[in-house]
Design a protein around this ligand. Structure first.
Ligand SMILES: Cc1cc2nc3c(=O)[nH]c(=O)nc-3n(C[C@H](O)[C@H](O)[C@H](O)COP(=O)(O)O)c2cc1C
Length: 270
């Protein structure tokens, strides 16, 4: 791939065109923000970056709270509108025909039509240049119950979320695979008569972790082939004498295991 080089610019894409609610139930406002994301999983920390001249800026700074409402395809027109007009002059809830919904323990409302709303409390305001970064704790998450399956797992893929990339809105397309799909080992081909051959392969289930408020990556064993950039380099590895002693080599497979199911040697990291 041959690349041209430009000076630094804010060109990460896609990002969420999030609708941020602030103010009170009586005097509320919505500002669309693309500069947002997750800072930490535990405790759940987020940020929004807002220009100080925005009407919402002083509201959020004074009140110390806001709600991140995720935008769907159906909400994209409203998201763009809330990013074009200032709440200093119009009531964006009324103009966009959106419904205010109470957030327990918060003064500002969430958007009832949004499938997922994260109620956030500001912990720090960090000047960044053009924008100030509001770092906040995600205090509560409010999910449209129609997005939960029979086991209470969140099926966010059903929400029809929108993305923003290089000045344009997009609907999320087809799934390319679940989290960790690259690390799931393929089972060796077995004979049809082998009952184990029909068992489903072990897969990573990120939705379970999401319901538990955990990032799917937390607590999982390091995949053999993934995340090689965090693997210790040879110079970082402890000297051989500090490592666990090697187990003696066994010629035969372990008792009770067939040759097929005996533990396979992990491939070496690259
Ligand atoms: C897709 C989109 C993304 C935006 N992202 C940001 C942002 O990250 N930070 C910001 O300060 N303004 C952002 N804006 C601009 C504000 O949403 C816009 O100035 C808005 O009218 C401010 O509303 P307010 O004056 O009621 O606060 C964005 C606008 C759009 C349409």
């Amino acid at each position: 791939m041959s690349k041209v080089t430009w000076r630094g610019g804010a060109l990460i894409a896609p990002v969420p065109p999030a609708m941020i609610t602030c103010g009170t139930m009586e005097a509320s406002n919505i500002i669309t923000v693309a500069w947002t994301g997750i800072l930490a999983t535990v405790p759940p920390k987020t940020y929004i970056s807002v220009r100080p001249r925005r009407h919402s800026y002083s509201i959020i700074k004074e009140q110390g709270e806001f709600v991140i409402n995720l935008t769907t395809e159906a909400l994209t027109h409203a998201a763009d509108f809330c990013g074009m007009y200032t709440g200093a002059k119009i009531d964006k809830f009324t103009a966009c025909n959106l419904t205010k919904e109470d957030v327990p323990g918060f003064s500002c409302p969430m958007i009832a039509e949004a499938p997922l709303s994260l109620a956030c409390r500001v912990t720090e305001v960090v000047p960044m240049g053009s924008h100030d970064m509001f770092i906040a704790d995600v205090v509560s998450v409010h999910v449209d119950e129609t997005l939960l399956d029979a086991d209470g797992r969140l099926c966010l893929e059903r929400a029809g979320l929108a993305a923003f990339a290089h000045g344009e809105y997009f609907a999320l397309g087809r799934s390319l695979g679940k989290f960790g799909f690259s690390a799931v080992k393929k089972k060796k081909h077995r004979r049809q008569s082998d009952p184990a051959a029909n068992k489903p392969q072990a897969t990573v289930d990120p939705t379970t972790d999401a319901v538990d408020n955990k990032h799917p990556a937390d607590g999982l064993p390091t995949p053999v082939t993934a995340d090689t950039h965090t693997a210790p380099t040879p110079s970082e590895r402890p000297p051989r004498s500090d490592r666990k002693p090697r187990r003696p080599k066994k010629d035969k497979p372990a008792a009770g295991r067939s040759k097929d199911t005996a533990k396979k040697k992990k491939p070496k990291r690259t």
